[in-house]
Ligand binder design. Structure first.
Ligand code: SAM
Length: 258
């Protein structure tokens, strides 16, 4: 295969996006074979999660999550039929971000909000509770969309719009606020997020809030040079235990001069 006049960097980006598109297609096909209807997915989630959330930084929010009482807490991981269920965990970064929003509802009131990498949907739900005009929850895992709808119902809010496409790298849309809870856990993801966030900020002056418990790819990343610290939260004991010794989680505004 020849890529004509593309530079090595452009070639590698093109290949990466082809690989991403292919794996997304395969994932969606496997998913729809296993779960022909929304009801099948809901049942699967109900059977494999428990009502939890009261021991998080937002105890007022009810969420369906993995708990020690769930079969797959101890079951062999290879028996799980899908990608790692990140949507069944309420991550420390998302907890801090949601707590911050609940404590400062003015940040959301009337705003168009994107929760990118929304997982269980907690930060999108917090944005809804705080009076956002429009909320989009985006996660490439299709189960995240369904659990977000279920968790919205539990918290008696209208579900956000749930999108499962990969928005990173797409043309920036006119969101007022982008939320990133624990999204800097992987260096490649952090790099692609970084340049996409810059284009969102440049085009739409979008405000970007990051919740992170001090993960290594975040601490060592260039985004750290343009952060404004907003809040620090002590993690509840059980969250510390589940997160290998992390003790606090911070909220930052990413605010580069562009
Ligand atoms: C560590 S979890 C954080 C979930 C949630 N924000 C929280 O704090 O509880 C990361 C989430 O990002 C999602 N994700 C990974 N890459 C993504 C991408 N390119 N676009 C959207 N979501 C992505 C994963 O499926 C996963 O649910």
């Amino acid at each position: 295969m020849t890529f004509g006049l593309l530079s090595p960097l452009q070639c590698s980006r093109l290949l990466n996006s082809l690989v991403r598109a292919h794996s997304q297609t395969v994932r969606l096909r496997r998913f729809s074979e296993k779960f022909p209807s929304n009801e099948h997915i809901r049942r699967f989630i109900s059977e494999n999660t428990e009502l939890a959330g009261e021991q998080s930084l937002t105890p007022e929010m009810k969420l369906r999550l993995f708990t020690p009482g769930c079969r797959f807490w101890t079951e062999r991981a290879e028996l799980w039929p899908f990608d790692d269920p990140y949507w069944a965990i309420y991550w420390p970064g998302g907890q801090a971000l949601s707590r911050y929003l609940m404590d400062h509802p003015d940040v959301c009131v009337g705003k168009a909000v994107l929760d990118l990498g929304s997982g269980c949907g907690a930060s999108a739900i917090a944005a809804k509770i705080c009076g956002s005009a429009h909320v989009v929850a985006n996660d490439i895992d299709p189960l995240a969309a369904v659990v977000t709808q279920m968790n919205s119902e539990l918290n008696k809010v209208e579900p956000p719009v749930c999108l499962t496409s990969n928005m990173i790298g797409s043309d920036p849309e006119g969101f007022d606020l982008i939320l990133l809870g624990d999204m800097f856990y992987d260096e490649c993801l952090a790099d692609s997020l970084h340049s996409w966030l810059d284009s969102c900020i440049k085009t739409h002056r979008t405000k970007v809030l990051i919740g992170d418990p001090g993960r290594a790819p975040f601490e060592g990343h260039d985004v750290r040079k343009h952060l404004h610290h907003l809040a620090r939260f002590e993690l509840p004991e059980c969250v510390r235990e589940e997160n290998y010794g992390l003790t606090t989680s911070d909220v930052w505004r990413y605010h580069p001069e562009l």
